[in-house]
Design a protein around this ligand. Sequence first.
Ligand code: AMP
Length: 282
Amino acid sequence: MEIFKEIEPLRAYLKQFRQLKSSIGLVPTMGALHAGHLALIEASRKENTLTVCSIYVNPAQFNNLQDLEKYPQTLERDTALLKASGCDVLFCPSHHEMYKNQDHIRFDFGALDKILEGEYRPGHFSGVALVVSKLFNIVLPNKAYFGQKDFQQFLLVKKLVEDLNFDLELKRVPIVREADGLAMSSRNMRLSTQQRKDAPVFYQALQHAKKMLLSGKDLKAVQNEIQLMCERKPGVRLEYFALADKENLKLAESVTGQSILLIAGYVGEIRLIDNLVVGDEN
Ligand code: AMP
């Protein structure tokens, strides 16, 4: 595996492959890699001649300084995992390499970045759009891989690609879960033993809600039940639980073939998100 910390040598390296008409797959991550990230690498390896993984904890997308400072950084372990997974290139730039200007452009996605995650993490999606645009322009991938776990992020990146005419194909990879249903996340590392036991509550809530909605229960009643389910666990705090249209995340009152349930909350001070499709898959 080739490792690059700087943009220009990476560009020069990738240029040779592009001339050979190789297909380049990009997997952007913030490191502290787990099986969810490795599923993206695997998907890219199947569909491309060259897979590039980026590891960069992007300050511009953190609205909470403590979350940024405590974000796990395990570059040595990540490098070994990537090598073992058959990833071809690792790009792990410094902050100085990624942000020459302190004052950078901001993105506005209209309704899409004001709701759900956008409401609770102001500025987050603008920071995501900025770093993803940079990575697209640096790597010029044919395909880019993102996880279903960050569903709103996927829709946002889709809009970014459409509106800015990035010449690439976006791929969405299903959520990889622990045996007890907890969606894998780098932040799970920070959970204490008790918190780790409580953390699957969000997935359990999604499953329970799906069942209730499909049996015809009213959304308000379902929302109340989910709130109670979370309150029963000390240290768990529900931030939002919503039923929405998976094309545009417009909030819905009842289930359609297009529905998705989204949830976010805290276990102690660790913020977790999850989602579950209620209507038809894909
Ligand atoms: P992150 O390092 O958290 O920024 O995530 C990098 C990419 O991995 C994003 O596209 C995430 O959606 C994806 N990802 C994170 N967790 C999972 C998971 N449990 N299953 C599938 N994809 C994931």
